[in-house]
Design a protein around this ligand. Structure first.
Ligand SMILES: [Zn+2]
Ligand SMILES: [Zn+2]
Ligand SMILES: [Zn+2]
Ligand SMILES: [Zn+2]
Length: 383
């Protein structure tokens, strides 16, 4: 079979299939009425229905029942516009299903836009029940458009060829390979680099947050899911910082330890000086921590800290031993609090209790009260 015979036989068998399917479609849904201005697409083409008219078909409520674009042939650029006409209510006859072939002709590399008027005449053999109106003529007006597309054919980037759609001689663009942030794609055919760098195609495989391709880009860690960046896989660290307030010596160090419960040995540690000092732990993984704050002559204090998806600020304050209210001195207020605790009239709790437990035996007794009193009376200083 030569090419044309083959094409005609394919189109004829498709037309037969269309007729059958359109009859079924029509039976299932008679409400599908193509409207002026409707837009259809097939392959790279857009078809707009501009107008429909007929001669000698009076009393027809919908001239067109269906429009379907099909059979776009990539090799030739030809496609079919299939349609079915519709009878009046009361005449349940099936009117012709038919098609037009559209052959856009233009260079593929240019935008295409053309108006077509499609016209067909039918004779009375089509609709024996409706003989006094036949023969009749149906007419559509459509606009076919298409953006510029690539030529089609056997040409490669090395050997020119003829485009099967538009007939121009062309050379194909290179293909294959993958561009990265530092390398253009390498063509599968000619082996040369082509196209552009892909500024977004980094290689985060070394998990240090810096592109392994060598472009110098650091991952911005915008995809923060869980404990590691979802893009580069780098562990996500957070900062824990704040101000630590203490009393007494301005030059004694304040030590801050940060550890997970039960793992004080592997604590992060930092020291600061001054009675109001800034501290920071710069690279902390997410988790639950204990922040321990120590300074000579002070009651050690523990804070529970949760480091989550954002940086955390914890301001800490430690008191001199015996200074329950944290004003920097021991006064009657402090030792009377101790006494009330001993007499069980007002219980001290938490850090207040630690400040009051001067001998550090875990209990608050009259001995702690006496030491506190001696400090105030200047007979024996606690610090
Ligand atoms: Zn072409
Ligand atoms: Zn190539
Ligand atoms: Zn890169
Ligand atoms: Zn990252």
């Amino acid at each position: 079979m030569n090419k044309i015979t083959k094409l005609i036989s394919i189109l004829l068998s498709i037309a037969m299939l269309m007729t059958i399917s359109l009859v079924f479609a029509s039976a299932a849904s008679s409400s599908y009425n193509p409207a002026i201005g409707d837009v259809y697409t097939t392959g790279p083409y857009t078809v707009t229905l501009n107008d429909v008219s007929s001669d000698k078909i009076p009393d027809v409520i919908n001239i067109l029942d269906h429009i379907i674009l099909r059979n776009y042939d990539k090799k030739t650029g030809i496609f079919a516009i299939a349609y079915q006409l519709k009878g009046t209510p009361g005449f349940q006859n099936v009117w012709p299903s038919d098609y037009f072939l559209i052959t856009p002709s233009a260079s593929c590399s240019e935008e295409y836009k053309e108006d077509f008027v499609l016209e067909k005449q039918y004779d009375s053999t089509v609709d024996p029940k409706f003989t006094h109106y036949l023969p009749y003529k149906i007419r559509f007006s459509i606009t076919v458009s298409r953006p510029a597309i690539e030529h089609n054919g056997d040409a490669t980037c090395e050997n020119a060829g003829t485009c099967t759609v538009c007939g121009e001689t062309y050379t194909a663009t290179c293909k294959g390979g993958t561009a990265t942030c530092v390398k253009k794609a390498v063509c599968d055919v000619c082996g040369k680099e082509y196209g552009e760098f892909d500024a977004d195609n980094h290689n985060w495989s070394n998990l240090n947050g810096i592109c392994a391709n060598g472009c110098g880009t650091e991952c911005t860690h915008t995809n923060q899911t869980g404990k590691a960046c979802g893009i580069c896989g780098q562990k996500l660290y957070k900062t824990l910082s704040g101000t630590v307030t203490s009393f007494g010596s301005e030059t004694d160090e304040v030590t801050l330890l940060l550890y997970q419960a039960g793992d004080r040995e592997n604590a992060y540690e930092t020291t600061v000086t001054g009675n109001s000092a800034e501290y920071a732990f710069e690279r902390i993984e997410e988790g639950e921590y204990i922040l321990e704050v120590l300074k000579d002559n002070h009651a050690t204090r523990f804070y529970e800290v949760t480091v989550g998806e954002v940086n955390v600020t914890v301001d800490a304050k430690i008191h001199l031993i015996g200074d329950i209210d944290g004003d920097g001195t021991i006064t009657v207020t402090d030792y009377s609090k101790t006494l009330k605790h001993v007499k069980k009239t007002t219980q001290l709790e938490g850090y207040e209790m630690q400040c009051a437990d001067i001998d550090g035996n875990g209990k608050i007794t009259i001995a702690d009260y006496s030491k506190s009193l001696r400090h105030v009376k200047k007979t024996a200083f606690l610090w």
